[in-house]
Design a protein around this ligand. Sequence first.
Ligand code: HEC
Length: 154
Amino acid sequence: MTRPFATLLLATALLGASLAAPELAQANEPGPVLAYRAQVMKALGSHITALFAVLDGEVAYDAHLAGHAAAMAALAEMIPDTFPEGSLGGESRAKPEIWQQWDKFTAAAGNLAAAAGRLEAAARAGDSAAIGAEAGVVGDACGGCHKPFRIKKN
Ligand code: HEC
């Protein structure tokens, strides 16, 4: 990284921090939360798509499998935070059942985190059979939450 760019980054970071400070009390407003939630979900989508590109042999980045799995485990643990009570309506496809059945919802996030953790372990061990099986469980864990808790697209 060249020095002027680093300086610019630092200046932006400092400016950002000083601009953000007075707004802290308003953090986690619905609009930004929905946008943030969408990024977490899209990141999950990117990692699972990349992971299956490796498993399907489209690319030979086998050494990346564990990293994708670890990233999904970390993202899965963020899911409950990104659904503060009442963050639905408008563009959101979140169902009210999320908060009526909060334990079931967090368990569904936990299922994904656990499956992604097992997938990471299988990838690190180079256990192809376990990798294939756990990748399927990870995929099912997305649907295991979307089906009960996400409004279907028209
Ligand atoms: C614990 C529940 C849960 C799990 C697990 C989960 N999702 Fe989601 N996901 C949701 C809900 C609810 C929405 C709708 C959120 C909204 O519209 O406000 C959503 C939305 C999405 C979206 C749309 C994002 C956008 O552009 O708005 C994508 C993509 C997505 N999920 C991918 C995934 C993938 C891939 C996995 C598994 C690796 C996964 N999700 C696991 C609950 C979950």
